[in-house]
Each structure stands twice: as structure tokens, then as C-alpha cells.
Design a protein around this ligand. Structure first.
Ligand code: ZN
Ligand code: ZN
Length: 291
């Protein structure tokens, strides 16, 4: 407890005369000098009731039963409360200002902190507590931001190195066939091949205009509208080459698939008509997908 609120020296004031009206005596002057006021806790009674289930009465701890406290005690308490509130408000203002001035550092601290990186979380807490970072802390954050940026760039470069230019719109290519089938049919079109299954991203999705490449449940990547195949992590170099080889000539891949499996590449139905079996594709699908 703060020394200013220590009432140990008031123990023997319980019976002291308190600003009594009347002749000015040595005692009354002494009492006035102490500047006593009614205790707010007990409203000057010196005793308080407490408890809920069983109400009890006891000596007021704030005035130690005297009913009087130094007048400046309440003032000091109030000033202390106000001081704390002002400090908190200043801290919040400083924090908001720092965040505004350090958007890069702050967004890194939040992202890395949320990922569970303890240092970032500690720096975020420091800004909340002190309204700023020290120069050394800021420099340490900057090193982390730079390191993460370099790592991300290296990752992007590594990924970009696996991209394959497969061409955007060759006639009877995968993109061409899927777009054509979308315009003429109701069901979202698919092309099944020995290598992978190709389908269009849903309209309105983030990848609208892209072709998804899947083998079974494995996502092998996507082909952008600009004709770039972006393989996923799961796509092996062999699969990458095989996909790239098929994209330019979907008709050939579809026919080969139909002849090998006896199932139409486009609608997934079994080919039963001898003409279709021989062609490797149903006549309706052939017209819907290919030129
Ligand atoms: Zn009291
Ligand atoms: Zn079909």
C-alpha cells in the first residue's frame, strides 16, 4: 500500500476531539491541522455491515472505526483514480498512433504472433503496454520482416520455376473445350484423361476462368486463363510434364481415354454404341466439347 494511505498513525485518534466548536484550544487547532473529514466507507459511523446471506457488522477498515479520515485521503484516492485513467487513455492513444506510423511492423507482428511466433507476440504486447517499441526492439522486428520477405520471395521464385507455359486457347485444347461445353450444356463440364481430370473453376470464385487439374482426390494444380499451368506441391515433375502434354490437345486425350476405358471422357457414361466405341467418344459430347 502507498505510504500516503497509511493510517497506522491514526490509531489513537479515535477519541481525539474533532474540530469541536468552542474556544480555540491547543487541541482544536491540532484537530483542524489534521483536516479530518467523515469516512466515506462507513459514512462517519465507524462501523460497516457486510455479507449477504448472513449480514454482519464490523469495524470500518478505512477509518479503523474512528469514522474520520484525513480529508485529503479521498482527494488523493480520486486523484490517483484519475491519474490511472489518464495514463490508460494516453497509452491507448500512443498505441494507436504507433500502429498508424508502423503499419509494416505491426502487420508482421500480428501475422507472426497469430502464427504462434513468441517474439512477435511479445512485441505486440509491448506496444499495447508502452505505446511503442524501443529502438532495439524495432530493429529486431525489422530484421524479422526482412527475413520473412526474403523467404517468401525465395518460395515464390521456387514455385514460379515450376510453372509451365501451356498456351491459352488452342482449338480443341482443354481450355477451349471446357469453355465451349459450358456455353452449350447445363452441367459443369469435365474432361477425363489418363493423366488427370480437368474442370473449370466456378463462376464468381477467386479462380474464375482457371482450369482445375485433379487426379483422383489429388489436386495437381490449375491452368490460368493466360495458359500457364501452376502445379501444386503434390504434382510430381512427371505429372507436370504429362499434364502439359495433354492441355494442348484435349480431343486426342479424350478419344484415347474412351478407347482405353470404354467410358466417355466428357460425360463419364459407358460407350455402348459400336460407332461410339470405335470413335472413343459419344457423338453428343464430341459435338458439345470439340470443333
Ligand atoms: Zn469508516
Ligand atoms: Zn459423353
Amino acid at each position: 500500500m502507498n505510504a500516503a494511505f497509511d493510517f497506522a498513525d491514526m490509531d489513537d485518534l479515535a477519541s481525539a476531539p474533532v474540530a469541536a466548536p468552542g474556544p480555540v484550544t491547543r487541541e482544536s487547532v491540532a484537530a483542524q491541522a489534521l483536516n479530518l473529514a467523515d469516512c466515506k466507507k462507513c459514512r462517519g459511523a465507524g462501523r460497516v455491515t457486510f455479507g449477504y446471506a448472513s449480514v454482519r457488522t464490523g469495524t470500518c477498515y478505512a477509518c479503523k472505526g474512528t469514522g474520520k479520515v484525513r480529508a485529503n485521503y479521498e482527494k488523493q484516492r480520486e486523484a490517483h483514480r484519475k491519474g490511472e485513467a489518464t495514463k490508460a487513455a494516453n497509452r491507448e492513444r500512443a498505441e494507436a498512433a504507433w500502429i498508424l506510423e508502423n503499419p509494416g511492423r505491426w502487420s508482421w507482428m500480428c501475422a507472426a504472433g497469430d502464427r504462434g511466433f513468441r517474439f512477435a507476440d511479445e512485441m505486440r504486447a509491448a506496444v499495447r503496454q508502452y505505446g511503442h517499441l524501443t529502438e532495439r526492439q524495432a530493429a529486431a522486428v525489422d530484421r524479422c520482416v526482412l527475413r520473412d520477405l526474403q523467404r517468401a520471395e525465395a518460395r515464390d521464385a521456387e514455385r514460379a520455376a515450376t510453372f509451365v507455359q501451356v498456351g491459352a486457347a488452342s482449338a480443341n485444347g482443354v481450355i477451349d473445350a471446357l469453355v465451349r461445353a459450358t456455353e452449350t450444356g447445363k452441367t459443369p463440364p469435365k474432361i477425363r484423361t489418363a493423366v488427370a481430370v480437368f474442370s473449370l473453376a466456378k463462376p464468381g470464385s477467386a479462380n474464375e476462368g482457371c482450369v482445375y487439374v485433379k487426379r483422383g482426390e489429388t489436386y495437381l494444380g490449375k491452368i490460368t486463363p493466360a495458359g500457364v499451368f501452376q502445379p501444386s506441391r503434390e504434382c510430381t515433375p512427371e505429372a507436370r510434364a504429362a499434364v502439359a502434354a495433354v492441355v494442348g490437345n484435349a480431343l486426342e486425350a479424350a478419344v484415347e481415354y474412351g478407347k482405353t476405358t470404354g467410358v466417355c471422357s466428357c460425360c463419364g457414361r459407358e460407350l455402348t454404341d459400336p460407332v461410339s466405341v470405335a470413335a472413343g467418344i459419344g457423338p453428343v459430347c464430341a459435338q458439345r466439347f470439340f470443333r
